[in-house]
Design a protein around this ligand. Sequence first.
Ligand code: PLP
Length: 427
Amino acid sequence: MPFTANRDFLRKPRMITSAEGMYYTSSDGRKIMDGTAGLWCVNAGHRDPHIVEAVKHQVNKLDYAPSFQFSHPQAFELSSKLVSMMPEGMDHVFFTNSGSESVDTALKIALHYHRMRGDGSRTRLIGRERGYHGTGFGGISVGGILPNRKHFGTLLTGVDHLRHTHDLDRNAFSRGCPKYGAELADDLERLVALHDASTIAAVIVEPLAGSTGVLLPPVGYLKRLREICDKYGILLIFDEVITAFGRLGTATAAEYFDVTPDIITTAKGLTNGVIPMGAVIVSDKIYKSAMANADAPIELFHGYTYSANPMSCAAALASLESYASNDLFQRAALLSPTWEKHLHALSELPNVVDIRNLGLVGAIELAPRQGEAPGARAYEAMLRAWDAGLMIRVTGDIIALSPPLIITEIQVETLFEQLTKILKDLP
Ligand SMILES: Cc1ncc(COP(=O)(O)O)c(C=O)c1O
């Protein structure tokens, strides 16, 4: 099983047999509140009737159509819809099947862009320490999480990393984005001084890093990064696989932070998790350059058998419709102060060393247990939460929370009451 303590799981499996709205049902018949929207993807809640119907309808009409040299109307309808939700100027879409594929696609598009404009020495990719960009070789190379990298050889060459922004000494228990650390964006200047801008194709960051345990960008950090990229002709990629589609109360984190990158990667919430799909959105500049400078009838030698699969397109179109008709992004924005208040009320509990939040995202960082492997304490919290009827996600000793955007105020209260009990008793 992926990213799972398999031996432990087999001793006491945690099996899910059905789901509806905010809840799963476990194989032993218990209701489990979904505190994580699956893996940050079920933004409209489980089995949203509109999405279920759309998928049923699609499978009865067009189950598959190839996307190499052919297409189908929903693919274009979906790209137009997506573009309408993106920052201005981000107006072309390439479909993938996952966040990892979106990241690989974005990195390849960045390299392709520079080469096609005759600037082919720009081959270096810059990621960030503690970044998570999925599990493809591109993603783990620009990613910065040690266990995801160390077993897998030399990875891509010509990659470097910015320093991460986590600074508990200055920023612990911040509400919203931390105050200190915008100057860490200047680390890009250090890498330019080391490698020269003429060798750097792109910088990729998560505007809000999730998988490493929720790290928020310091106030002003992303704007600064954009400015430095502009200064040196480096493309800026925002990996929005978890932030796109409402998590921060806006369609994208780019919109929330008012910083427009050159490429945005998405997946997860695009289809509400119902059918795998990802999408990479690029700026007009990148698209036009590929069209104008193509050296063959096929402009981009890249794609997947299931790019723009009709079933995925139907699920995505219905998901975007559900988000809009239920005002889910606005709902997330309106609920976020309540979320923040209840989350930060846990700050005095034993072993809590930090709490952080933005939109409908929260993290509780615990002190590691003396004499045990890092992560043991939070792992036990996850097991106890499951037994108590709550699904949480943990990375190291950090508990990450990202509920479906349909969560109610009462359910927010219940979630944090349950978590308070668990943390109070947790050794
Ligand atoms: C920022 C980010 N990028 C990429 C991915 C990879 O997505 P997937 O698991 O769909 O390949 C994730 C998954 O959590 C992610 O959070």
